[in-house]
Every structure is written in C-alpha cells, then in structure tokens.
Design a binder for this molecule. Structure first.
Ligand SMILES: Cc1cc2nc3c(=O)[nH]c(=O)nc-3n(C[C@H](O)[C@H](O)[C@H](O)COP(=O)(O)O)c2cc1C
Length: 222
C-alpha cells in the first residue's frame, strides 16, 4: 500500500498510546427498540446470549442492595473467558466495594461520579508483563470488559463501562488511588449494581447497512 494511503493510519497509531484502539464487535440485532420486560433475568434464570446482546444498556443508577460474592465471581469468570491475542490473557481486575474508595472515583473521571452511589466497581486492567504482542493487550482487555458487561446484564445486574485508557490523568489517578505497580495499565472502570429501574431496554437502531461492506469497500450485497 502506498505511503500516502497509510498516513491516516499512521496518525491514528501515533495518537494511541499503545498503537491500538478498543474494538468492539457490533452484533446483528434483531429486536426493535423498546421495552422487552418479559425477558428480564431473574435469580437463577440468566438471559440467553443473544437476548443479552440485544438488551444490554449502560446502567448508572443502582439500588442499595450489595452485589454478592457469587455474582462478582460470575462476572469476573466471564471476563476471563474472553478471547485474547495468542491467548495471552493479559488482564487483571481490581474489585472495589469500599464506599470511601468509590466516592473518590468522580475526582478521577467526573463522568463516573455516580460510582459514589454504586455498591461495587471493577477496574479492568492490562498487565504489560503478560502482554506477548505489543499493542494487542488493550484489545484483549476491551473484549474482556465487554464479556463482563454482558455477564452482568445476563444475571440481572446493571453495569456501565467508564473509560480510563488512554487518558493519562485518569490512568495515573487510578494507579495512585489503588496503589498499583507501574506495569499495570488501568483501562476502564465497570461500575455495577442492581439496577434502580427494573426491566430490559433495547438501543435505538444502531444496525446500519451502510456500515457493512461486501467483498471490497465499494461492494454491495449480492
Ligand atoms: C470506551 C468507553 C468509554 C466510556 N466512558 C464512559 C464514562 O466515562 N461515563 C459513562 O457514564 N459512560 C461511559 N461509557 C458508556 C457509553 O456512554 C455507552 O456505552 C454509550 O452511550 C452507549 O449506550 P449503551 O451502553 O446503553 O448501549 C463509555 C463506553 C465506552 C465503550
């Protein structure tokens, strides 16, 4: 490929600290936007995978009910079942339940200040010493975080991913707050709890045919 064509790609790599960006798979959604309360998870009856994909939304308000150890173990296991480059599994997780620590999250990321009223949060991290392929670890951790979000939703919890990487001040803020070693990169904080508003919601229509290219960039579906 000619250098000129690569210029935007090089610019993209230059502005990302590890030369990679979060990539999330967009599933083919089947449900129309609106409530699907009849499908809500109940204790012991998790959602099936596609329903979980179709109805996962960010939840930022929670009841006072604590998140049980069992539920935390479920979402932490799901996070660690994610695919990773060369199966490097470069992730670490810091579970935060101390209200005093949760109250300080807003000082680091004002867009995550609602963590002060959440029963729990999980900082999803990259351990650069576990990363075999430089730059891929961020992608691995992003996939792990999506697994965590979907598992939380699947068992009836509400969760939201709040961004840390690549904002240096947020990365440093969490490293300091949680006394983390230098090889650990905080990537995102998943805030979670039992949703204050029960029921399931679907997203506005995000499935756009124009986002999909067939066989080559200009190709249409045959
Ligand atoms: C990389 C990333 C960073 C995000 N950071 C924040 C954040 O700081 N605060 C927040 O409330 N939500 C944050 N979100 C959640 C998005 O706002 C949310 O996913 C988006 O609006 C789509 O809504 P949905 O999750 O309900 O489908 C973030 C999501 C991603 C993927």
């Amino acid at each position: 490929m000619k250098t000129a064509h690569n210029a935007p790609r090089r610019a993209f790599l230059a502005r990302t600290a590890l030369g990679a960006a979060c990539a999330m798979t967009v599933p083919g959604l089947a449900l129309a936007a609106g409530d699907t309360k009849d499908k809500a998870a109940t204790p012991g009856n998790p959602l099936d995978a596609l329903t979980a994909l179709e109805t996962r939304r960010s939840v930022r308000a929670y009841t006072h009910e604590p998140v049980s150890d069992k539920d935390l173990d479920t979402v932490l296991a799901a996070a660690q079942l994610a695919p990773s480059a060369a199966n490097e599994q470069p992730w670490d997780f810091v579970v935060i339940r101390d209200p005093k620590t949760l109250a300080k999250v807003g000082d680091i990321n004002p867009y995550a200040a609602f963590a002060a009223k959440a029963p729990a949060a999980i900082l999803v991290c990259l351990d650069t010493e576990k990363e075999d392929i430089p730059g891929m670890g961020i992608l691995d951790v992003a996939m792990s975080a999506e697994n965590l979000l979907l598992a939380a939703h699947g068992i009836g919890l509400g969760a939201v991913f709040t961004g840390v990487y690549p904002m240096v001040d947020r990365m440093e803020g969490f490293s300091k707050l949680l006394d983390m070693p230098e090889n650990i990169i905080p990537v995102g904080l998943v805030v979670l709890g039992h949703p204050a508003i029960p029921g399931l919601r679907t997203a506005e229509d995000r499935v756009k045919p124009e986002n999909v290219h067939w066989e080559n960039w200009a190709g249409k579906r045959k």
